[in-house]
Design a protein around this ligand. Structure first.
Ligand code: NDP
Length: 239
């Protein structure tokens, strides 16, 4: 039997597509997000779905313990849960900055800490963190979001160096524009509409399945091969 894969943010978008792709490859899954129903609605076999906030380290750990008791050790963690609320920085709201910084950075760190010691002890394991093109270059209206994604890239590469001798891989997958609910949480109308209008102008953003395919491909390469970072954008996306 293939080994356990944990996916955060599996209730929609890239996370849900990644859950389907790993399931199709025969993996048991632990799916985590705050909303339970959309994960259960995927109706994937050998999938434990848990309504957990990635900032709730106790609930997150309990879910991992339960999944490992059922399916064995977690071989792959995909830290995908994230939020984006765009606005010019001068008009930014503290609560939205907090949500992005907490979920996008501390949520990823929490996931890593919950699995990495076992992976080190087993001399095997893969952590895929979802960064962004906004973690490689800056975009207007995205100051805080870019900050969080630059942090994800830095954290991933730093920890990769720390655990590489233990045969544990850390991978950053950095998508460009992908058609999901992500941008719809932006309450600044012009920033949200600007995203969709540019996506339309270039003939559409990527589909979540495009990113899921890259995640599964990189994670299923031999353990001796580490894709450190992959940036994947629509061909016609200019910035
Ligand atoms: P979605 O909004 O479709 O998915 C985000 C997922 O994260 C949802 O399943 C949501 O579930 C979950 N989530 C958010 N906050 C929490 C939390 N506190 N605890 C647990 N789960 C949480 O967007 P995407 O699929 O696009 O986003 C996935 C990742 O891809 C994000 O990290 C995003 O930054 C990144 N990305 C996306 C791009 C795009 O253009 N779409 C481009 C580059 C990167 P729930 O609300 O049920 O908790």
């Amino acid at each position: 039997m293939n080994k356990l894969v944990i996916i955060t943010g599996a209730s929609s978008g890239i996370g849900a597509a990644t859950a389907k792709a790993f399931s199709a490859a025969g993996h048991p899954l632990l799916l985590i997000a705050r909303r339970l129903e959309p994960m259960e609605a995927l109706k994937l076999p050998n999938a434990l779905c848990r309504a957990v906030d990635v900032l709730d380290s106790v609930g997150f750990k309990t879910a991992i313990d339960d999944a490992q008791a059922k399916f064995g050790p977690a071989e792959i963690l995909v830290n995908n849960a994230g939020v984006m609320m765009n606005a010019p920085a001068a008009e930014g709201e503290t609560a939205q900055w907090d949500a992005m910084i907490d979920i996008n950075i501390k949520g990823v760190l929490t996931g890593i800490r919950l699995v990495i010691n076992d992976m080190i002890a087993r001399n095997s394991g893969t952590i895929v963190n979802i960064g962004s093109i906004a973690g490689v270059k800056t975009f207007g209206n995205h100051a805080v979001y870019c900050g969080t994604k630059f942090a994800v890239h830095a954290i991933t590469e730093t920890i990769r160096e720390e655990v590489s001798s233990k045969n544990v891989r850390l991978i950053t997958i950095a998508p460009g524009m992908v058609e999901t609910d992500l941008v719809n949480h932006t309450t600044h109308d012009a920033a949200r509409e600007g995203w969709w209008s540019y996506a339309k102008q270039i003939g559409g953003a990527l589909k979540p399945a495009d990113i899921a395919e890259a995640i599964v491909w990189s994670a299923k390469l031999p353990q001796s091969v580490c894709v450190r970072e992959m940036v994947i954008c629509p061909t016609k996306q200019e910035p």
